[in-house]
Design a protein around this ligand. Structure first.
Ligand code: SF4
Length: 424
């Protein structure tokens, strides 16, 4: 393979309402930085990155590169929040450089594949496949190095239907890439976040399969974790001290976390780190103590709501006592408890939202709300504009006594909830 093979990654920016980029910054490490590293490590392909969301690049630069007609292929990260701008960029790309082959990857390809049939994409990444595998094979197909029959997990769009010539695979976790921290988009993300926080994907897949969440559908229901020694080596070779360990439920595999903390304590430079988990996975005091000793400063906990009937609808089995116990345990070991909650849960009322917020305020935890998003209600014949509405920061379905503007204020200004709810 020679360096004349050229490809690019594009992350189109989202629109005004969904713009708080620090919320999506971790995803750029996971769905761009790590994927890119895997592909760059797999050959001599020269890859450019146009991360418009991280403000890493000017639009004019992209047009210049395109008009030089130099890309064999481009991978677009497509999400609900950037669907419209992705399609606009795709159209421009195909008009200026018709020979460039384009593939879409990301959650929309899994949740709503049929939507892509009527777009100008040449292919999308299939479900039950790690996307770096499909993107690498698609790039190699665009260089004429392999034929379609060898392109794993690539759903080619041909004559208004999908053709999947080779099934996708899940990679062994030891093969996942680590973000190259010298990439310019990484520095842009640091600026946006206001801190040099490096995100490392620790696990893929989730056994819980909550119906409003993409993770199981996207990455499977069997959890896979990176080898601990690889993570420690990456941290030790980096110049940074703040890390986020990205896993749906970091404390689900207690044995892994126990060994991981041992390595952080004994064989790693001193760092501060955070992770995410569920309320009922915070019961092992010895483990929490060890996590604290290993530098854990914050745990985001997906409590969603405290109301029993709403939790029943979400098929969540914990109760307020589990949440109180978790808060007390983290307080005891100086770890910040960040409560992830949702507004718009089925059967939720203005009163139950107030009850959840009063409860969390009483315990003085950090609160991060998002909107309950029924992805399962999206339809392939919807317009991109309608799909954009299914964003987890802005999706709104009528709640009695709560207008859309009140809802948005609650999402983006939650600590002022008493005044907002009184006026709304
Ligand atoms: S909401 Fe959390 S626990 Fe449920 S499927 Fe998604 S990642 Fe898993």
């Amino acid at each position: 393979m020679s360096l004349k093979n050229k490809s690019a990654f594009i992350w189109a920016d989202s629109k005004l309402l969904t713009k708080p980029i620090h919320v999506s910054a971790p995803y750029h490490f996971v769905f761009l930085g790590e994927i890119l590293s895997y592909i760059e490590n797999s050959g001599n392909t020269s890859i450019d990155v146009f991360d418009f969301e991280s403000r890493d690049v000017e639009f004019s630069k992209y047009i210049q590169c395109l008009s030089d007609n130099k890309y064999d292929s481009i991978a677009f990260f497509v999400n609900t929040d950037n669907i419209e701008n992705s399609l606009t960029l795709l159209k421009i790309t195909k008009e200026i450089s018709p020979k460039t082959k384009c593939i879409a990857y990301g959650e929309l390809c899994v949740f709503l594949p049929d939507f892509f049939i009527n777009t100008e994409f040449d292919a999308i990444v299939s479900d039950r496949c790690d996307c770096e595998v499909s993107i690498l094979d698609f790039f190699n197909y665009s260089y004429n190095l392999i034929n379609k029959e060898k392109a794993r997990g690539v759903k080619f769009i041909e004559n208004n239907k999908f053709n999947l010539y080779a099934d996708g695979i899940y990679l062994p976790s030891k093969d996942w890439g680590f973000t190259n921290l010298n990439k310019s988009f990484v520095k842009s993300l640091f600026n946006i976040e206001g801190k040099d926080q490096v995100v490392i994907e620790i696990a893929r897949g989730c056994p819980y399969n909550c119906k409003y969440c993409k993770e199981t559908c996207f990455a499977g229901n069997i959890e896979r974790r990176r080898p601990i020694k690889d993570v420690i080596s990456y941290i030790n070779h980096s110049d940074y001290e703040i890390f986020k360990f990205y896993a749906s439920n970091f404390t689900l595999d207690e044995l892994y976390v126990d060994k991981f903390c041992d390595e952080l304590i004994n064989n790693c430079k001193e760092i501060k780190w955070s992770c995410t988990t569920r309320p009922e996975l915070l019961e092992n005091e010895r483990l929490i103590q060890k996590m604290s000793l290993a530098g854990c400063k914050k745990i985001s906990v997906g409590i969603e709501t405290i109301e029993k009937d709403e939790l029943d609808d979400l098929k969540r089995s914990y109760n307020t006592q589990n949440i109180i116990d978790g808060i007390n345990l983290l307080n005891k070991y100086n770890i910040e408890y960040k409560a992830l909650i949702m507004f718009g849960v089925p059967n939720q009322t203005k009163e139950s939202i107030l009850a959840t917020l009063d409860f969390l305020s009483k315990y003085k935890v950090t609160i991060r709300p998002t909107a309950y998003t029924p992805f399962y209600e999206m339809k392939p014949n919807m317009s991109a504009e309608d799909i954009y509405k299914f964003d987890k920061r802005t999706y709104y379905k009528h709640i009695d006594g709560l207008s859309y503007s009140t809802f948005l204020q609650l999402i983006y200004n939650v600590y002022n909830y008493k005044n907002i709810l009184m006026e709304g």
